[in-house]
Design a protein around this ligand. Structure first.
Ligand code: ADE
Ligand code: ZN
Length: 337
């Protein structure tokens, strides 16, 4: 696939803090007078070789030190939306980690004002939604307090998610949080089966009642779960470049994406933390198409699955379906090189 040959994208798995590019980290630090432990850009970039999720999360949380004001959050979000639009994103459901900022003394209002304000001014034609995630390695009681504050805040919320260090932090710990969010009419998603076991995917479905699973690649270890996910068409938001960079898989060529498609799972491709993992959603599509040798039909299925998994109304879903169909028709009639 070459430039412009990736499908119109529906980005359902991207953490806004994971879009903070190294250049912007240094610029915001400079602007805000924040001291960072890096001598320069090369020094910062040299730290992007991760051994696992925990190793990545250390840097991810440390770099958030530069996010202090609503303007900082707006600058990060606007930079992401501009890059996303250039990469063909038509709809984005954006994760944000409020507790990571509250823990540093940044008021929730600054986070929400900055991110939501930027989303409200998204590039023409792009639709957006905000999905705050709770940090599963912090107490559920704290998540409940933050959920209350989020619901009271005067910003539109699409749903809630669950992220951060997975192993040892099962979904069931957050049963009450999810029950309350459901009662508030929010959509429910959770990271599960990224580094954690297939049993966490089952638990996220059974105990939390999630509508989508983020990652879910380890579901393949449980054939009964695979059958269930396929039969119920539960969307799995898979992030191939992330899985390689966090060593959930050895190389992209070893990625189970095709096995997941072949098993009839409702998988779609997303970026997770694009500034850290070497690519935005278009880069992820291009990489899997090239390395896994995906057919146009397989790429189309991935794009269609993302459209079906989006939390949008019927009118918007029909528009997104039509954009993918138009793109696929153009690909079919394009001369092959
Ligand atoms: N927070 C940001 N990126 C994450 C990931 N890939 N898994 C869990 N938590 C995250
Ligand atoms: Zn993620």
């Amino acid at each position: 696939m070459s430039a412009q040959d990736t499908p119109p994208a529906v980005e359902l798995h991207v953490h806004v803090e994971g879009t903070l590019e190294p250049e912007l980290i240094l610029e915001l630090a400079d602007r805000g007078g924040v001291a960072l432990p890096y001598v320069d850009l090369d020094d910062l970039r040299a730290r992007y070789a991760f051994t696992d999720l925990g190793h990545f999360l250390e840097l991810y949380y440390a770099n958030m030190a530069v996010l202090r004001t609503a303007e900082d959050f707006a600058a990060m979000t606007t930079a992401y939306l501009d890059r996303a639009a250039a990469g063909g994103v038509r709809h984005v459901e954006l994760f944000v980690d409020p507790q990571a900022h509250l823990a540093r003394g940044v008021p929730l209002a600054a986070v929400l004002e900055g991110v939501s304000g930027a989303l409200a001014a998204a590039p023409a034609g792009m639709t957006t939604g905000l999905v705050p995630c709770f940090l599963r390695d912090r107490p559920a009681a704290e998540a409940l307090e933050v959920l209350d504050a989020l619901v009271r805040a005067d910003v539109p919320l699409l749903g809630i998610g669950l992220d951060s260090a997975e192993v040892g932090h099962p979904p069931a710990d957050f049963a009450e949080v999810y029950a309350r969010a459901r009662a508030e009419g929010l959509h429910l998603v959770a990271h599960a089966g990224e580094e954690g076991p297939a049993a966490y995917v089952t638990e996220a479905l059974d105990v939390l009642g999630v509508e989508r699973v983020d990652h879910g690649i380890r579901s393949l270890e449980d054939p009964a779960l695979v059958r269930r996910l396929a039969e119920a068409a539960v969307p799995l938001t898979v992030c191939p470049l992330s899985n390689v960079r966090l060593r959930a898989v050895d190389t992209l060529a070893d990625h189970p994406l095709v096995a997941m498609l072949d098993a009839g799972l409702a998988v779609s491709v997303h970026s997770d933390d694009p500034a850290y993992f070497g690519g935005y959603v278009d880069d992820n599509h291009r990489a899997v198409a090239d390395v896994l040798g995906l057919s146009l039909a397989q790429v189309r299925t991935l794009a269609d699955n993302a459209v079906e998994a989006a939390f949008v109304d019927d009118t918007r879903r029909a528009e997104l379906r039509a954009e993918v169909a138009t793109w696929a028709a153009a690909q079919e009639s394009a001369p092959t090189s």
